[in-house]
Ligand binder design. Structure first.
Ligand code: ADP
Length: 324
């Protein structure tokens, strides 16, 4: 096979396991006698021509590290056609044949635009802690983020128990309840307050009172942060004002983003990385790597750009049922 330069980058929010994907892509390209080119800082790096050839040793010892060796960014300029033209000029100038993107929903849209406007071969991998990409049951980093949040909440429960307290614990996930629902189930939360739902105060109060009647003096509620962190403080204030219920708030924040990836994230990021290289070398249109029915598959990228409602009402119902 002719030796070609294939670029790879990480974009949007970082997630644990991105490094495993970088390693797998780099080594797999080298195995197939191709030249991997690392792009520093996502789409901003594309605009600046911030490229470097990667050797096998460059990606050694990174499997166990959170964050991303290639660093990441958000670029308003790349989101414009003029910005993408500039990126394409850089890619042409460096004789780069194709691009593998590890990122979230926004990064997928950017990659798709490069294909549509410039016919650049692109392959995407789902890299986000939020598990909110269409058509895939799994995104790289979600498992680690759930594990981290779960361990933090287990610790908070010790205090909730010792002091008979009601806690609102806020977890990450912009528009997605995926972390909140999994963590809620894993930590025995009373309820999960989803990003788009109105807060059902009466339901919260009834839950606390029901618990008290059977001798339970502490409660944990998981709050999905939604568009802006800090929603829990509003809930806390209203509960105090209208129902005289004292509570504590803990916002887990960026602690959920970092840290060493779990085995699940390392394993799947490695398989997905190799699959992305396979799709690039046998290119037949832009593809997204995904997990469906437990299998790592590839599918047309545009299928992942159509948003469905994505709500998981079954898990929420189960959390309520088994926390009585
Ligand atoms: P994520 O990939 O984690 O969802 P963002 O939404 O911030 O993160 O997207 C990452 C980058 O992808 C943005 O900074 C922008 O450069 C690019 N991008 C996002 N949305 C689009 C879009 N609709 N069209 C083209 N590029 C986009």
């Amino acid at each position: 096979m002719e030796k070609k330069k294939i670029a790879l980058l990480t974009s949007g929010g970082d997630s644990p396991g991105m490094n495993c994907a970088i390693r797998a892509i780099t080594r797999s390209l080298l195995f197939h006698n191709q030249q991997p080119i690392g792009v520093d800082r996502g789409y901003s790096g594309l605009l600046e021509g911030n490229f470097r050839p990667l050797k096998a040793a460059d990606v050694g010892n990174i499997l166990q590290l959170g964050g991303t060796l290639l660093r990441t960014s958000r670029s308003a300029e790349f989101a414009t056609p003029e910005g993408r033209q500039k990126a394409m000029d850089q890619l042409k100038q460096h004789n780069i044949h194709g691009l593998i993107v590890i990122g979230g929903d926004g990064s997928y849209r950017g990659a798709h635009a490069l294909w549509q406007e410039h016919q650049l071969p692109v392959i995407t991998l789902p890299g986000t802690i939020d598990n909110d990409i269409e058509q895939t049951e799994y995104t790289i980093g979600h498992d680690t983020a759930v594990q981290t949040a779960m361990e933090a909440i287990d610790r908070i429960r010790d205090t909730a128990l010792s002091h008979d307290r009601v806690f609102f614990i806020e977890v990450m996930g912009r528009n997605s309840s995926a972390i909140a629902l999994k963590v809620g189930l894993c930590t025995g939360a009373e309820n999960v307050i989803e990003p788009h739902a109105d807060v059902a105060y009466q339901e919260i109060v009834s839950g606390i009172e029901r618990g008290m009647k059977r001798g339970k003096v502490h409660s944990i509620f998981v709050v999905a942060e939604g568009q802006k962190a800090g929603r829990s403080y509003e809930i806390q204030e209203k509960l105090m004002q209208d129902y005289q219920i004292d509570s504590r708030v803990c916002i887990l924040g960026h602690i959920q983003r970092g840290g060493s990836p779990t085995a699940v994230d390392r394993y799947l990021a490695s398989i997905m990385g190799a699959k992305a290289v396979d799709c690039m070398l046998n290119f037949s249109g832009p593809k997204a790597i995904a997990m469906q029915a437990g299998q790592v598959v590839h599918l047309p990228l545009e299928k992942c750009l159509q948003k469905s409602s994505g709500s998981d009402s079954k898990t929420l119902q189960l959390i309520k049922e088994i926390s009585i």
